[in-house]
Design a protein around this ligand. Structure first.
Ligand code: OXD
Ligand code: MN
Length: 621
């Protein structure tokens, strides 16, 4: 069928009709047509892979006032509504047939959900342009990749999509039968600052059966940028059905001896060190947020799904984040969101320079001391203020790995959380199942600003995926265990914790993670030994001391080691019992989960009887 099925053709510019006519993919034409009829845009714009289209979108973001110019030519800034600064858990729902409940997931009956959100979308683009983008999730022409089509009326959202993902209009021209993920978004009515104003009608719904996300009355990128966290809900479901892993993980190359590079993935909840680990200056970044992992001839191979970084800027400073700092302060393109702008310069909390007392920020024209409607003092930038940047802008980008169509072999997988009193800074699991269950599926983390709501509350966050979870957790863990069973060369699984505290003080410096990475790399290649404890293998002091010296030029003391790697036996038992209780409430929990947790509790109890509630790592040797 020809694109004559596009309704209201006569309303649209001939340049765009020409592009549409290149598409013979009936599913796309029907998809576009449905939303033209529903949202009634006054015009359309199709984003092809051309440089002109990229520049047009960028220019329009500025002309429409969704982004504004900073002093540096390629730097712009964007604001979201003061109350639209993060993912909205309450109004994010997974639509399930018959409204089937899923553990920990906000679900809603599918047809009622679609009717509700499409009701809100009716006529919403009157007087506006519908922008349609075509993307590849993962390298083009890779067996890992998926394709997605984004509809939006926000130039900022499309601009972000284009910085973070590869456009792939050509694929759709070449493949009339191709299927794709569907992302439908409208920012809804905006106020004079161009921010979404009908927040009470903000909805982010996922129709997994239709491979579709529907989001409305919001601009925050976590709620709107289709190929990123919207696609993620859909790909988690796909991975489960097809026996692979779609994960909330960075992908990085760690430099080892003799010039070898070992690839590690890492899953951390938002704002817990995932981005900063992936950008450690001494190593190679491939991606900071989303990977697909598949089995290939007995090995686990991974790709980065993205082509850019949408990261938290709060606390980013020149000393701790040199690689990122250089990227941000190059002349490359950056969108800053929800930072403070003063005289054309962006500022954010914790950047390590003096922050002006006035300017414009997410609250509007701002002066230090200003309070919000709830009486809280407004900080210069929001805690979840972000930067959007292409991976191209980073020194030490592993381009070959980023573009590798067949992915790279995963040597290790890291799980981390924000945990002040339980896990040691780094620990290797006993084996795949122990790692999946007692590390990944047992992450508890204190909440952060990436989601609306209270921060600092200990929450269960298996694989750091909970906020994006779209399937039954028991089945998700089952899939992980089965995936490992297919592997001849299993990646080692590690747990890290950068947030251990004693008497309210952090026990580690931010940069210590550079040492843990080197330790893990050596373990993967069997180059060093370790101390066996009830929770897995921890480093020996004699291995860490030279690593601290060579990596950070730091004299690491036995006292530091003892404090950091003390086995907090009582706390660990409490934790395992808590986790067991949670899984008991999930009907589909695999039996292996209880077995692994019980065995670990048994080992810990034995140690407790022999040596007490808190045991020095030296005493373990
Ligand atoms: C993100 C998040 O934006 O996890 O990546 O919040
Ligand atoms: Mn993330």
């Amino acid at each position: 069928m020809k694109s004559s099925i596009i309704s209201k053709r006569e309303l649209f510019p001939s340049s765009e009709i020409k592009k549409i006519d290149l598409l013979q993919n009936q599913k796309i034409l029907e998809f576009i047509s449905h939303y033209i009829d529903l949202m009634e845009p006054s015009s359309i714009f199709l984003v092809t892979d051309s440089r002109e289209d990229y520049e047009y979108i960028r220019r329009k973001s500025l002309e429409e006032g969704e982004e504004r110019q900073l002093a540096v030519k390629m730097h712009t800034y964007h604001f979201d509504n003061y109350y639209d600064q993060a993912r909205d858990k309450e109004n994010t729902k997974i639509l399930t047939p018959n409204g089937e409940n899923l553990p920990f997931i906000n679900t809603m009956e599918r047809s009622a959900g679609i009717a509700e959100v499409e009701g809100l979308m009716k006529g919403i683009m009157r007087g506006r342009t519908m922008i349609i983008g075509f993307f590849s999730l993962g390298p083009k022409d890779s067996p890992f990749s998926m394709k997605g089509v984004q509809i939006t009326d926000s130039y900022y959202v499309m601009h972000s999509d284009m910085m973070l993902y590869r456009t792939d209009f050509d694929y759709f021209v070449r493949n009339p039968g191709a299927d794709f993920l569907r992302f439908v978004h409208s920012q809804g009515e905006v106020d004079t600052r161009k921010v979404s104003k009908n927040l009470k009608n903000r909805r982010i719904y996922f129709d997994l059966d239709g491979n579709r996300s529907l989001s409305v009355n919001t601009q925050y990128a976590g709620n709107t940028v289709g190929p990123k966290k919207l696609a993620f809900r859909i790909t988690i479901n796909r991975a489960l059905k097809e026996g692979w892993l779609s994960e909330h993980m960075f992908l990085m190359g760690v430099n080892g001896s003799g010039g070898r590079i070992t690839y590690l993935t890492g899953a951390f909840p938002s704002a817990c060190g995932k981005t900063s680990t992936s950008m450690i200056p001494s190593e190679k970044i491939v991606g900071d947020d989303l990977v697909f992992i598949k089995e290939d001839r007995g090995k686990a191979r991974a790709i980065n799904v993205e082509n850019g970084v949408f990261g938290i800027i709060d606390g980013v400073n020149e000393d701790d984040d040199a690689k990122l700092w250089n990227a941000i302060y190059s002349d490359r393109e950056v969108i800053f969101s929800n930072v403070l702008v003063h005289n054309g310069e962006p500022f954010w909390n914790g950047m390590g320079v003096d922050i002006p007392d006035s300017g414009e920020n997410h609250s509007g024209i701002w002066k230090r001391g200003n309070k919000d409607a709830e009486g809280n003092e407004i900080t210069p930038s929001h805690k979840n203020a972000r930067f959007t940047i292409s991976l191209d802008s980073f020194d030490g980008l592993d381009r070959e790995a980023l573009e590798a169509k067949e992915g790279v072999v995963v040597g290790g997988m890291i799980f981390g959380g924000r945990d002040s009193d339980t896990w040691p800074p780094v620990c290797e699991s006993l084996n795949w199942n122990h790692g999946v269950i007692n590390k990944g599926a047992s992450i508890e983390s204190e909440t952060t600003a990436a989601t609306l709501g209270k921060t600092g509350v200990r929450t269960f966050n298996p694989m750091s995926i909970m906020e994006f979870m779209s399937v039954d957790l028991g089945k998700y863990v089952r899939n992980y265990l089965d995936f490992g069973a297919k592997l001849k060369d299993k990646p080692l699984i590690f747990a890290v914790n950068y947030f251990l505290k004693e008497n309210g003080k952090f026990l580690n410096e931010k940069i210590d993670k550079a040492v843990w990475l080197k330790w893990m790399e050596k373990r993967i290649h069997g180059e060093i030994g370790a101390v066996l404890t009830p929770i897995g293998y921890i480093p020996k002091y004699e291995d860490l001391k030279p690593l601290f010296k060579s990596v950070l030029n730091k004299d690491y003391t036995v006292k530091e080691y003892e404090e950091q790697f003390r086995i907090r036996v009582a706390k660990l038992i409490e934790k395992d019992v808590r986790i067991k209780e949670i899984y008991k409430g999930i009907r589909t929990t695999p039996a292996e989960v209880f077995r692994e947790l019980d065995e670990e509790i048994g080992r810990l109890k034995k140690l407790k009887e022999e040596k007490g509630d808190s045991v020095s790592p030296v005493a373990q040797m």
